[in-house]
Ligand binder design. Sequence first.
Ligand code: ADP
Ligand code: MG
Ligand code: MG
Length: 884
Amino acid sequence: TKWVYGFGGGSAEGRSDMRELLGGKGANLAEMSNLGLPVPPGFTITTEVCTAFYENDRNYPADLNDDVEAALKAVENLVGRQFGDAANPLLVSVRSGARASMPGMMDTVLNLGLNDDTVEGLAAVSGDRRFAYDSYRRFIQMYGDVVLGVDHYNFEEILEIHKEDKGYVLDTEMSADDWQAIVEGFKAKVAEELGRPFPQDPREQLWGAIGAVFGSWMNARANTYRRLHNIPASWGTAVNVQAMVFGNMGDDCATGVCFSRNPSTGENRFYGEYLINAQGEDVVAGIRTPAPLTKIEREESGSDLLSMEEAMPAVFAELVAVRDKLESHYRDMQDMEFTVEANHLYMLQTRSGKRTAKAALRIAVEMCQDGVINREDALKRVDPAQLDQLLHPTLDPDAEKQVIGMGLPASPGAASGQLVFSAETAEDWAHNKGRKVVLVRIETSPEDIAGMHAAEGILTARGGMTSHAAVVARGMGKPCVCGAGAIKIDYRGGTMNAGGVMLKEGDVITIDGGTGEVMLGEVATLKPDLSGDFSQLMEWADDVRRLKVRTNAETPEDAETARGFGAEGIGLCRTEHMFFDPARIISMREMILAETEAGRRSALAKLLPYQRQDFIDLFRIMNGLPVTIRLLDPPLHEFLPHGDNEIAEVAKAADVSESIVRRRLLDLAEANPMLGHRGCRLGISYPEIYEMQARAIFEAAIEVSKDGGDPVIPEIMIPLVVGKKELEILKAAIIKVAGEVETEQSAKLTYLVGTMIELPRAALRAGDIAEEAEFFSFGTNDLTQTTFGLSRDDASRFLDTYIAKDIFAGDPFVSLDQEGVGELIGLAAERGRATRSDIKLGICGEHGGDPASIAFCEQQGLDYVSCSPYRVPIARLAAAQAAL
Ligand code: ADP
Ligand code: MG
Ligand code: MG
């Protein structure tokens, strides 16, 4: 096996399409070398080594050492320096690189190869002792922290004390001797902490760092990140070892991060940040505030720091050329890292840039319009789940607001919540107490990821647009304001001072990640604007998709929202929600309490006009689009009163004694209502309920048909059937009502009667059920519960463990279990079609809005998916992608 792939000097052994083997970083470093871009030479140890390492009890393959030595030799030859040579040492960086980018998984170690001898060589060759010792202390700190596990504050403390003693404020005041003293202090600290000296042998350093990268693949934060992003542990990470170039050798040196287009807005304009005389991690870690790359950015942001375009125009022009070359090569927006050493540009990384949904849309649409990519590619470029960001509210420009701080607009959207200062509290409050929180940190680090996930939004006091908080928040689609430097956070006191306003944990703030504003209290928000790039891409999606997209809605508001988002009908209207209205619940309860059919009928007669009006409203909004109405589903006791007051109230309304109400409550109680007297079982026991509902539907349909326009074709859906017989009985009753209404109104009705397939038996018996049913709607929430024998409300207790132990690939209530539940769906679809070739098939569980589940529905050839209103655009795009 070839374990190591070299790159540099205008060629490489790898290519960009080898990311599985080389990791994203390694594959793109190889590709950039092949393109002839200035990449410092190096080599990539493959992800297969990582896999072998873990399969073999944390041992490397036997021949790895030889391969690394050979690759190192090649780098030495290209650079003209030897690793470990005291006179003219080659220094390297050791960088992790997984297949999918995992921000901050394992921190990079720079300047590796420095020791007490080589540092003098570096000083001599560069003619700059100060630089050499500065590099050495950075190395000891990074290596100490990342590889040896000596926390960075140990080092920071030593530096702080030294500066204080000398009366310095800035690092720039430190002399060569000062840095040398710091190096001694750092080494002593490491020896004290570890009981052995800081490793001086460059090869020991190298293998230590390589081991740390592979080790970090299984650490807790990497595991968390993988779990949140569904990245399998089996993928492994690669390790990149690369010759160092120095951005910290003087004022003709710099380091920076840039995007070929703006990652926040998508505007086709070069965008980035850089720092003069600095080393890589300084920009990303937000230790110093970086300057804008371009002049126009500097002018617009009002920054008083000189842009790179102005400070180093020649190198900037080279960088612009690289940007153009990489973007047209990859045909996508690139996120690049570079370093300038003595006015020479070096490229250290490129990848497809993370972007907000807004930027993703704009970039896809503009690149397509410019002929760079075709429509299919444009559709594939946008992650459907990301659209969610655009569908959520932004600040109402007319709302009163008190701005108490300002930071960088790092990830758009407005969020309000109680402020918390730690990721743990964010998780605790959000998950255990159901509160909305905004996570406020000086800066974030990978340990905070779970808390960031739990928060509505993120606010940091330090860091730029490419800081950890900004990158991660954009990836998650969370509103984020970062680098709000005027906000003073006191973790210990649990307070924050924003422009003189003192706030404590639990106080409510609002952040606007589109403008960078931080506001006191909760500020009113507005619905999003879905014109422009959004509607363009949706139009393209609608052209290619085959699956129809409907919505789950029972209120006029939801139905209207969904239509605004492009829903093509209602796939699930749950009628029970209509009975909870205070004006109606009394009649509902009266119905349930009635001891006779006549009593029930009289109560139902009171409910009829309400139901009819509900349907009239929905039919009008849907304007001829199909509407699937599910007849009453939940067990009756759900509608019954709770507590003495409600019992008294019902007794009075129904004109019975409280004791009768209580007795009836006991009668109706069930040990396991989910599997009890519900769904069509109610319809079978009390036919008058479904009769009333059917009448309401038919009368509404006729009423709305009088408006003119497209005829209303209701689809009446019977829940929870287990076989044909139930449907036969209930369908006959519905047809009878239809006949009566037609005669009464002398009108003609068109409608369908069908069923939910939500029990395994129904799926198995789909063949005969289809003799009665004109459509099936797969109720995948219940079908998942009943197939797994798992209650959704109780699953959370062990679901995480199941996922962690790889028993379940993910939460089966979020993404359809295609193996099991999916097999039942496939089987039912097949058997249903065998009986009735034109049977309409759809899905109406939560899964109808999940892209992976939608792809499955496409494979099965279903006719439509139905999802909650806010997921309709996601489903439209996912359906298009599934059809490509
Ligand atoms: P991350 O994945 O966290 O971005 P990287 O491996 O890209 O980590 O390293 C972070 C930064 O370290 C880079 O952006 C770059 O500035 C610096 N760096 C890495 N390798 C080198 C190198 N060979 N020479 C100079 N700087 C480097
Ligand atoms: Mg890093
Ligand atoms: Mg990087």
